[in-house]
Design a protein around this ligand. Sequence first.
Ligand SMILES: *Cc1c(COP(=O)(O)O)cnc(C)c1O
Length: 462
Amino acid sequence: MKYISTRGNAPELSFEEAMLTGLARDGGLYVPESIPTLSADEIAALAGKSYEEAAFVVMRPFVGDAFTDEEFKGIIARAYASFRHAARAPLVQLAPNHYLLELFHGPTLAFKDFAMQLIGQLFQFSLARRNERVTIVGATSGDTGSAAIEAFRGLSNVDVFILFPHGRVSPIQRKQMTTPEDSNVHALALDGDFDDCQAKLKDMFNDFDFRDGVKLAGVNSINWARVLAQVVYYFTSAVSLGAPHRKVSFTVPTGNFGDIFAGYIAKKMGLPIDRLVIATNQNDILHRTMETGAYTKEGVTPSISPSMDIQVSSNFERALFDAYGRDGGAVAQLMEELKDGSFAISQGAMETLREHFDSGRASEEETNATIASEFTATSEVLCPHSAVGVKVAGAYLGEVPMVTLATAHPAKFPDAVEAAMGARPALPPHMADMMDKDERVTRVPNDLGALEALIKERIAQR
Ligand SMILES: *Cc1c(COP(=O)(O)O)cnc(C)c1O
């Protein structure tokens, strides 16, 4: 299996190379050159299999000869061993034809663990075999940083540095990043906001001496291996609701378009998905794009579902690439136009996008009301992101079973949930003492030279 760039001007890579590289050299995103399919019989045979067994069947065609079957099974087993629910991604019923897919039973209580835990094990395996070390640096506004730290902590071939804006992440998110004791984990509180963290990260990747010197690697949501890991739970949940004999729809709380793009890949692989509904909060660039055909940046307004507060949705480029008949030149042109704030999507490409995706938006008031009303109706406590999904899904309920993705545990956002429904969600028992644990964090100035010096010094100490 070869991987090609969405901008058509970067070398073709193997699965392993695409995973270790992240972003393509032409600025594009890697996608498989073709999408493998599973037959209806192969999909039906997933029924009754464990999550790990299904993950192997779904992901195997994408990895090529990077690993033997036994090696890949071992990687998958280690990735999901730390999840707290035997089903990994259990379904609960909200209403006669509406189900919630709980994706928050991993170590950091958000769906990002599904991809990060896998990518941690994939990196460790590949690097150990190549006898290489890498330095992973990430910038986070909350969930991604803790998921990356949990995935890479204690791994011998990796140092992980996470930059977060000092004083601007929630207490739980900060504790998740600062309390792991492993010596390869480095939490850095930067004097600045999230945009400063991201800008510093970009500067480090553009400083080629530094980048090559410390073997910098990225694991942000455009990494193909992260998308691939998320394809699996579309299969497991649809099969448990009767696929491939019955169609199933999904509503996905969306920010960077990674999670819902995984659903699109599942559909391309042969899973009978009826509707894929993009659910946005008040930062609704994707919903506006689906309505108008114009992709236009606007400022971000902070919301109670912060992991979906985005201005530009990076993985949407992968959907555009397909909608434009896999014409990398056309995508490169659109991304050039976006530098001035906006681009218009051709009529043909919009028709293709609308064939696959529906969309909706939930306001802050609607999100709050949904948390309260779902708790009253079903006793299910929704996090604000999941509540955006449930609200938007409401307009698409019908004969086809609808699965809404619950992307985080409500206890990660206790203030918002308490304000909406009057009760404060508790952390799961195994994490209850987290708020009392000692923190290990280094405060850093918003200065590239100082950051790079600190990272080099820490690596030299290991
Ligand atoms: C990251 C995140 C999202 C958005 O997922 P994308 O793949 O970026 O669309 C939604 N909810 C939560 C809780 C998240 O952490």
